[in-house]
Write a protein that binds this ligand. Structure first.
Ligand SMILES: [Zn+2]
Length: 220
């Protein structure tokens, strides 16, 4: 599928967003398109350098080592899919060698690239615990593993879905962690997630939730 814009159009659009002082969040999946987008980010940042821009790539589904290095160098935030549970079979056509370069959570963690979780609902279920399980197991509902090399730990996935999400939207001062003064939107799981993280969906394990309150105690 060809990219929807020419490189020149994309460069101009990204520059406009960047120069307006906004955060660009760009849906981009294929490696050719991601390269175009990185070229556009690079040009805009060269023309008008800005620290802490947090420009984002939504999905960033198919990458290479070189693209990941450029993403790191440009301080881009990545919001990868974690939909193998529902859509692993759609990765079949890419071939097994590429599965290790798709939805590259392990590479993002190892390179220290900021990452946030998302469901792209209705593309995959808006169920954070299922999405976290997906990042940990990379296993489809049929039981097939796609790209085991990109597995991350339950703790790393949880981080992407909490602190990572808050960072990606400039909200880390009030969301993302259980910290005094932040909003208290959180759930308590009935089991220790580290026990359940290997295989089974931890989807039904919520025993209580707290929302729209504020934390005023220091929790150590
Ligand atoms: Zn999308």
């Amino acid at each position: 599928m060809p990219p929807p814009r020419s490189p020149e159009e994309l460069n101009a659009l990204i520059l406009r967003v960047h120069e307006a002082g906004l955060q660009a969040c760009v849906h981009s999946n294929g490696d050719r398109e991601i390269e175009m987008l990185l070229n556009a980010f690079e040009r805009a940042l060269k023309q008008k350098p800005r620290a802490n821009h947090r420009h984002r790539i939504e999905h960033c589904s198919v990458v290479t080592e070189a693209l990941l290095q450029r993403i790191k160098n440009l301080a881009i935030v990545v919001v990868p899919h974690s939909y193998i549970w529902e859509h692993g079979d759609k990765m079949e056509n890419y071939g097994a060698w590429r599965w290790d370069w798709m939805h590259p959570a392990r590479s993002l963690v190892d390179l220290g690239i900021p990452m946030a979780g998302h469901s792209d609902d209705p593309v995959s279920a808006a169920d954070p615990l299922l999405r976290i399980q997906d990042m940990v197991t990379r296993t489809s509902a049929e039981g097939k593993v796609y790209g085991a090399r990109q597995r991350i730990s339950a703790e790393e996935a949880l981080r992407a879905w909490t602190v990572g999400g808050a960072y990606a939207s400039f909200e880390e001062d009030r969301k993302g962690s259980i910290t005094s003064g932040k909003l208290a939107d959180f759930v308590v799981l009935s089991d220790d997630e580290t026990v359940r993280k290997i295989n089974c969906p931890f989807g039904k394990a919520i025993c209580c939730g707290w929302s729209a309150m504020r934390i005023w105690v220091a929790i150590s």
